[in-house]
Design a protein around this ligand. Structure first.
Ligand SMILES: Nc1ncnc2c1ncn2[C@@H]1O[C@H](COP(=O)(O)OP(=O)(O)OP(=O)(O)O)[C@@H](O)[C@H]1O
Length: 249
């Protein structure tokens, strides 16, 4: 990101008045969110705060009840996930979105083909598999892999399509410590060339990658600040503790 893009107010992603209701439950409540080009942002908040619902409104998995999502200044509200991916967005949802019956290599190569010619896609697939530390799995069928390994394959698929915005929902779920460290490195590396949003519960992972964070509570943005300030924020601690107390009751 250059100073010029910072100054001209360009945002790769914005929401305005974004609201999602399920019957009587308002899961996302009138959210105005802004993401600068090239920014890495983590979304935090206690269980039920609305992070996943917000994420799904960004990715086209849900159509919001009200409000707008603007991607690269274009309204995308109501577009489906495929259409959003075709606008240069890499999406990793909670459920791994991989082809189980084919190999790791084929999954990643097919993803690279979205963006590149056949010849270049082969090279990009090889390089991305190497970078993601899954070369030893290259000929394995994805359906045979452990959950954490599948998560890394899916991240490789996202990266191979060279997106300029990457949306990751709980990417560290089911990972071993080593896999999580690898993931953190990859997210930080990806953030050099793309804007990234990460929704995650795993605080060890968050501490490895987080800079500026958005904390959700009761469907709304509760705080936006640097991670160190958020960790020290008494009100943020209380909303997390409040949820733990609710769960224990
Ligand atoms: N499909 C749905 N139908 C009805 N209510 C839903 C649905 N999806 C989410 N909700 C409700 O919306 C609220 C926000 O849920 P959401 O999953 O977005 O929170 P979250 O912050 O992602 O929580 P977690 O961290 O536990 O994943 C909760 O009250 C949840 O029960």
């Amino acid at each position: 990101m250059t100073d010029a893009t910072r100054d001209d107010g360009y945002r790769i992603l914005r929401t305005r008045g974004l609201t999602m209701r399920f019957g009587g439950v308002t899961a996302v409540d009138n959210v105005d969110f802004d993401l600068r080009d090239g920014e890495l942002r983590c979304l935090l908040g206690p269980n039920g705060a609305g992070k996943s619902t917000f994420f799904k409104c960004l990715t086209g998995q849900l159509v919001p009840s009200e409000g707008q999502v603007l991607l690269k200044e274009q309204p995308v509200t109501g577009l489906n996930t495929h259409e959003i991916v075709n606008m240069g967005v890499g999406i990793k949802t909670q459920v791994p979105n991989v082809f189980d019956g084919i190999t790791v290599y084929e999954n990643v190569r097919l993803s690279a083909r979205r963006k590149h010619t056949a010849r270049i896609a082969r090279d990009v697939a090889e390089a991305t598999i190497e970078k993601c530390g899954i070369r030893h799995l290259i000929r394995r069928e994805v359906g045979q892999l452990a959950h954490g390994q599948r998560q890394l394959v899916e991240l490789a698929m996202v990266l191979a399509a060279s997106p300029d915005l990457i949306l990751l929902d709980e990417p560290a779920a089911g990972m071993t410590g080593d896999e999580r460290d690898r993931l953190a490195q990859l997210v930080l590396e990806a953030a050099r060339t793309a804007a990234v949003i990460v929704v995650e519960h795993d605080m060890q992972f968050i501490r490895q990658i987080a800079r500026f964070v958005t904390v959700f509570n009761r469907g709304a943005i509760f705080r936006e600040a640097m991670i160190d300030d958020i960790m020290r924020d008494r009100a943020v601690q209380e909303i997390y503790l409040g949820k733990q107390a609710d769960a224990a009751a």
